[in-house]
Design a protein around this ligand. Sequence first.
Ligand code: XIL
Length: 632
Amino acid sequence: MKRYCNVVLRYKILSTKNLFEEKVMLKDHYRLLICVLLMTVFVGGTAADAHPVQQNATQTIRQLADKNHFYFGAAASPTHFGDSKYVATLSREFNMLTPENEAKFCSLQPEQGQFDFRAFDKLMDFANQNKMVVRGHNLVWHQCVPGWLATGKFSRDEAIKLMHDHIYTVVGRYKGRIPMWDVVNEAIADGGSGLRNSPWKQFIGDDYVEMAFRFAHEADPDALLFYNDYSAEGMNAKSNAVYAMVKDFVARGVPINGVGLQSHFRVGEIDEAGVAQNMKRLGDLGLQVQITEMDDDYPVGSTAAILQQQAGDYRQLLQTCLESSNCTAFVTWGVTDLYSWLRTSNSGFSNPDVKPLLFDDDYQPKPAYDAVRDILARHAGEAPILTDDQVAAMSVAPEPAVVQVQLPPPHKTDLAQLAPDPVPGAAYYAPFPVTIKLDGKTDDWANIPRVTLDQGPTMPANNTTSMTFAVAADAKNIYFLADVKDSKVIYGKHDPLTEWYNEDSVEFYINATGDLTLTAYKPGVVQLGIPAANITNPAKPFVGGSNSGDVPVQVVAVNTDEGYRIEASVPLVTDVWKRVPLTLAKLGFQVHLNGASGDARDTKLIWSTYDTDDQSYMNPSLFGQLIFWRAN
Ligand code: XIL
């Protein structure tokens, strides 16, 4: 009977391929029902629930997920198997796992043609012993590309064969044991403008994506095949691009079954209505969706109030998924905050303070844990775990980050400086009044504090790119200086008005509304993207970015020995703001650098450290502060 039920459960996943073919679903339901009855009679419990029936207060996520016939998983890695609490929590709370890194290309094929399945097999054994379903992740990605592939020279046909052989070997080896795969990960560029740069795109061309799906389908025709991406959960330009791509795949018969919504969120920033709408339109194409990598971080000091709001985020996103008929799994990107990739990864996000997951550093359940159990219990028709008041308390927004930051008292290391030292990543003191001429020269910028940008979500490959900025004001204007070190200044390959950020460019952001906690743009907030393309365009400068048309911007761009320099100014009085510099008067302020060494942006450096993920173009609360300082 056990085997029958295993088969039934597996069948349920596979049959959801035909989500909208009622017959299959009905047949499936009957079989499940029989299975439930059999298990109830023989085991004295419910079918998917091999654990003893317990009171709600003590039921685990796994038990409640099983009752919903729903997959609730975590990214897992055998590197933590020596930690007994990790192992116990993973197997007790989750009925699905995703290999965090073990199934990626660089892990499995570190040398050309030489596969190493040891770590992944350890994880497979663990999943098998603990009856957990495995989400395969991932076959083709622009990251975790082994050196031999990244630096190799391959013709289109050779690269196609490499991809084919990798997919056949990996998917083929686990055929029948891994019911779903993320076939292609993160192929679409941020902002949705086509496919991002990747070795696969370079070697093969844009059709590498659909080829990967065809190969995976040939290797295991029963596996569900997903396209997986981030920042495309709700309705936005990137999710529109994902939608357009998969719609075209469905229309042309490219074998695809679903879209993974990674869901790396910031506390308080999830637009559930948008997510529901996106799930629905993908469902209308006959596709499943899954929340594949949920974590919810907060850049500084996660107070009790923040952890409550985080609980609300988890609860609402899970509710959105459970209420969407095509949403078939919810996976968190890790088990405990202790090992979250956001703390440890070298991909530019590392912040040792974040607490993005369901269990804290000591494996104690966080408020989000009960929030998840509550919605699972309610959805399964069981008694709620939280009271309605407790649930309501989870949707109260706590004080935003910027307001909570206590800046140290202003301090000058160099007495010749016209304003105090900047506070790294958080505050810049801009001296006034200072006479600046936009002429491409820096003699008039002497003794104005300089800040070097050296952090960001996409660090330059060879560390040759960096940027130093400075800001000052006179009675009429705010002035910006950006000195960029860049061995090869790239422009002229993209439309400088709409795709300036894919070329060498600097960005200054101002929030002059007086409300530094704003989480969305409104008049008075501008993003000023200024491309190096202005070097050859002195007459009417190119300036792009959110609300950039609201204010007049003057620009001078010149080549320098080390790279290029931008000088720019905006008036203190415009249609959207009226500001007078006064000592300690504040503006929201942010600075970014975009670097390209080839066809598209491959460097993103960010000044205000609240923005770990290039979200400043949408969310002004991630800016730091510009503080005026009278320079006597
Ligand atoms: C991350 C892992 O968590 C890190 O350990 C690793 O250093 C980099 O990759 N999107 C994805 C995941 O699809 O594979 C990434 O995982 C996180 C972002």
